[in-house]
Design a protein around this ligand. Structure first.
Ligand SMILES: Cc1cc2nc3c(=O)[nH]c(=O)nc-3n(C[C@H](O)[C@H](O)[C@H](O)COP(=O)(O)O)c2cc1C
Length: 376
């Protein structure tokens, strides 16, 4: 059955998909304030060199996430599940992941943890992508048992725990008390038998937040920054008076977060051993293969894409999404060839020019941008 925005229902999960799509179109048309999803990474530029050496066939896209090898350094990030309509979306996203070899995350398992009859809307992901690397997703409000159940729904390889205080506070029915989150996180890390990733939902994890979760035993984080899907705007649309429109620009972009981490190694606790380094994933506003390469060059081990892939699926269907992901894989390789980087590790050595408001942010946070611009 084809899925379209018009067939979505009125529950929260369906509303999130519908509003994410509506706001994307309004933002593209310049109607809604905020950062264009196509422009948020534009402050990150590369120094072009005319003798890159190497070849397209010599480029390896391999990366490693949560101790496992991935063939492709970008993936379909957390979005949905928890209703009949979003089960269809999850099934299609999983088919796209299986067809292209990328990893995938589901949205928060909360609906199915409250109503087990909805578990199939997550299980459908494993059914359609039996060999894919899959992340389950929970809120830091969940107990260890609930986190284990969420992993079990889709036999997940890792578990994302989302930190979304800005979304909760603007959400009419959202949480208002975050005092237990870090302790819950410690329990989840100790109690589940898969790696735990802490992620934001589009407002950016600061170096301080990263240090806090690393101290709780987390070794992989997804900074998930501002500039793509905006959950302040989405939740504000669900409010009767829509009184939080002014808060649209809240948070850090993913590029700012990656720079913040480069500038603040001292913020990581001393007990992080060399054998278990902290690994950073980037997401938020990624809408081109160039954005993927930009994030990798700033230290990300992998790059998550949500809103853009959802938009392709909802507007043009599964076959076009598979074509799009396949094309991105080829184009990431093309861009790495242009930059003379034969691997993700070599991409971290290319010269990156950080400009505009991102440079202003970096200067305030003490990042040495001249060194970044002359890495080789
Ligand atoms: C429709 C939709 C639903 C989402 N639901 C979740 C969720 O349940 N859990 C979560 O961690 N992130 C969720 N996200 C956030 C994404 O994982 C990602 O962090 C954010 O959208 C920024 O990436 P983007 O700009 O590529 O969309 C959702 C995103 C979208 C578009």
């Amino acid at each position: 059955m084809a899925i379209s925005r018009d067939t979505l229902g009125g529950g929260r999960k369906d509303e999130h998909v519908r509003l994410a799509e509506e706001l994307r179109e309004l933002r593209d048309a310049g109607v809604v304030r905020g950062v264009s999803p196509h422009g948020v990474w534009d402050d990150v530029r590369f120094m072009h060199h005319s003798f890159p050496g190497g070849s397209f066939d010599g480029v390896s896209l391999k990366t490693s996430v949560c101790g496992r090898d991935w063939a492709v350094p970008f993936y379909i990030n957390a979005m949905t599940g928890g209703s009949e309509k979003t089960a269809l979306i999850n099934a299609d996203l999983a088919r796209a992941a299986a067809a292209t070899g990328v990893a995938m995350a589901t949205g928060s398992a909360s609906p199915a943890l409250k109503d087990p009859s909805l578990a199939h809307s997550f299980a459908v992901v494993r059914e359609n992508a039996p060999d894919a690397f899959l992340f389950a997703n929970v809120s830091p409000e969940m107990t260890v048992d609930q986190a284990r159940d969420a992993v079990g729904f889709l036999d997940a390889d890792a578990l994302q725990v989302h930190a979304n205080p800005a979304q909760e506070l603007v959400m009419p029915e959202g949480d208002r008390d975050f005092s237990g989150w870090l302790d819950r996180l410690s329990d989840i890390v100790a109690g589940v038998d898969v790696p735990v990733v802490v992620k934001e939902v589009g407002f950016g994890l600061s170096a301080r937040s990263v240090a806090e979760v690393v101290a709780r035993g987390v070794r992989t984080i997804d900074v998930s920054g501002r500039g793509g899907t905006n959950f302040i705007d989405i939740e504000n649309r669900r409010r009767e008076k829509q009184e939080y429109a002014y808060l649209s620009g809240w948070g850090q972009t993913a590029a700012e977060c990656l720079l913040d981490l480069q500038g603040s190694p001292v913020m990581l606790p001393r007990d992080v051993s060399e054998e278990e380094p902290v690994q950073v994933i980037a997401s938020g506003g990624v809408s081109t293969p160039l954005d993927v390469v930009r994030a990798l060059s700033l230290g990300a081990s992998a790059v998550g894409v949500s809103g853009h892939f959802l938009h392709v699926l909802m507007t043009d269907g599964l076959d076009t999404l598979i074509d799009e992901i396949t094309e991105w894989i080829s184009q990431v390789r093309t861009l790495m060839t242009l930059l003379g980087a034969a691997s993700v590790a070599e991409l971290r050595q290319v010269d990156v020019l950080v400009t505009g408001t991102t440079a202003e942010f970096a200067r305030l946070r003490g990042v040495d941008l001249a060194a970044l611009a002359q890495r080789h």
